[in-house]
Design a protein around this ligand. Structure first.
Ligand SMILES: O=C(O)CCC(=O)C(=O)O
Length: 268
């Protein structure tokens, strides 16, 4: 039987999360599980809110999969908490888009201490109203009313995925949805996860030597190691000034994760 340890992220995957603010996971779920969950969701007459896991207890099999545990342990530490709030987002056929927003209130600090897990039990095609995320926006504050007026943001990523995918997203990542132009309901269950202890050491599959790599101007973030990903990553092509500010914040987040940082407020 596989264990969480086998599914820990590596240094590059953690650096990618620090830069982009999301990680897509396709766990090897038991045959038929996604279909069972989707079937039960189709049959619900009303939204049970937080009790969605009572209405569809098979969702626990997703949360308890070792690949999910490996991702959560890597990014939030082994004592992570699955929070009590969760929600079934059923995007109806012919429903419109949802404006850009950040959930609740932002942290505005350099911890990585909470994020969302968005689980999709069926394939999501571009016409089904996918969630849309904007990589790298997790460190940016924007008044929600102002953000709502933004339209086609360069670099946005529609979460067009295979059944069973979980999109882990930084809590502060800008997101919205496209309109559902299909005849099918698009199901997504949103879970919240929280760190309970600060890291003293890395909690992923960390190789200390990886940080010795030189800055590689020829390959930039294509070099694929944390130093180059954290230095050069610019997922939505922001201006130099904004990129420099983000780079400073990422380094602080990384230092915090490897257990060497102190908590900083983000004022960029
Ligand atoms: O339904 C979705 O894809 C996104 C839902 C959302 O934006 C939210 O829960 O904050």
């Amino acid at each position: 039987m596989s264990t969480v340890t086998e599914y820990l992220l590596d240094d590059s995957q953690v650096a990618e999360f620090v830069v982009k603010g999301y990680h897509l996971l396709e766990p090897d779920l038991p045959v038929g599980l996604n279909e069972t969950i989707a079937h039960k969701l189709e049959g619900l007459q009303s939204n049970p809110g937080d009790a969605i896991t009572d209405a569809v207890p098979e969702l626990w099999q997703v949360l308890e999969h070792p690949a999910v545990g490996g991702t959560l342990t890597s990014l939030l530490g082994p004592d992570y908490e699955v929070q009590g709030h969760r929600h079934w987002h059923c995007k109806q056929p012919a429903s419109g888009f949802m404006q850009w927003h950040q959930d609740s209130t932002n942290n505005r600090d350099t911890r990585l201490n909470r994020f969302l897990g968005l689980y999709y039990p069926t394939d999501v095609t571009p016409d089904m109203g996918p969630t849309i995320i904007v990589p790298g926006t997790q460190y940016r504050n924007a008044p929600t009313d102002r953000m709502a007026t933004y339209t086609n943001i360069r670099g946005q990523v529609p979460v067009v995925v295979k059944a069973g995918t979980i999109a882990f997203t930084h809590y502060d990542l800008w997101h919205g949805t496209a309109a559902n132009r299909s005849a099918r309901k698009r199901h997504m269950i949103k879970f919240l996860f929280r760190r309970t202890k600060d890291n003293e050491t890395p909690t992923w599959n960390h190789d200390p030597a990886v940080l010795d790599k030189a800055t590689d101007w020829n390959h930039r973030d294509g070099a694929g190691d944390p130093r180059n990903i954290l230095t050069f990553g610019n997922p939505i092509g922001v201006s130099q000034s904004d990129h420099y500010k983000e780079r400073g914040i990422r380094r602080q987040v990384w230092d915090y994760l490897i257990g060497q940082g102190t908590l900083q407020a983000i004022d960029a």
